[in-house]
Ligand binder design. Sequence first.
Ligand code: MRU
Length: 351
Amino acid sequence: MLKIIMSQHDSIRAVEWKDNHLVLLDQRKLPHNEQFVQLYSAEDTADAIRNMVVRGAPAIGIAAAYAAAMAARKCYKQYPQDWRKRLSVEIDLLQNSRPTAVNLMWALKRMCDLADAVDGDPEEPLLALAQQIHQDDINANYRMGELGSALIQPSHGVLTHCNTGSLATGGYGTALGVIRSAYSSGKIEHVYADETRPWWQGSRLTAWELVKDKIPAHLLCDGAAAHLMKLGKVSWVIVGSDRIAANGDVANKIGTYSLAVNARYHGVKFMVVAPTSTIDLATSNGNGIPIEERSQDEVLNVSNQRIAAHHTQAWNPAFDVTPAALVDALVTEKGVVLNPNAAKIAALMAS
Ligand code: MRU
């Protein structure tokens, strides 16, 4: 049974296992509608990941783990002799749902390794592993919240990008978890959240989480971030990540790289908060990280209303890569790495 610890400023869960299926809070409908989607198959979960019903690197991995458990249950019932072969087709569907967040591949590898090892009916052990992955992520977020908050000197404000909160994870959040902990312990008074074009994770999701948890915040246009830093309103930029290469290069939501460049110029510290499931030792540097390009319609339209002239073309990379040299602190559940590089990351992962 999943253990949910609700601390102060932690009121949201977006991924849940109920009875025999997966329940997702539909992130496309927030903040105005809190609707839940009930999922019973890997195919439907892969669609939900692709279409951003669930998004955020750790949350995608957790949803895929539950989907793999549902797929194993179905395959074993229908094809008790060659269920593993059938399962691998469903795992491929999940694996290909989004390319950048490595937590997806990490969680599915753990589920496949267990499926290869089990003797007999895989239902219970695979579901137990999915629940463990979910619980471990929540625990990692609480730990990273403490570690990241400890780095922050009492200050007025911090700036964050995209959504890295309860909606993007098993619960509590990575970067937003640090912000929650820092606010709870009186380290910060105010949060600035980029709206995060073109999918509006900041406006629609982060602002909603902050309002729900009564943390004072202002939303700003992505283009206002450098001006905010110049005015001295923030001491840290705090972001999450979808994949961190072995040398510490950080893939995260498009716009993160600009923030890191601007932060260095203005003497603002730059913190990346991510569980070790986001670190991909098999990818030596950021050039090897696949960057998802999404439909140009996300840029050309706002709330299904066309805003650019017809025949305008748009380019829509969903992520960018911040070089490790611009990262002041990498916070993981295993510890903090200051000025990350390949040697420090290898030592962290081996610890
Ligand atoms: O396209 P999204 O919304 O899935 O992108 C999410 C991000 O870029 C987050 O910053 C990242 O997953 C870290 S969340 C804990």
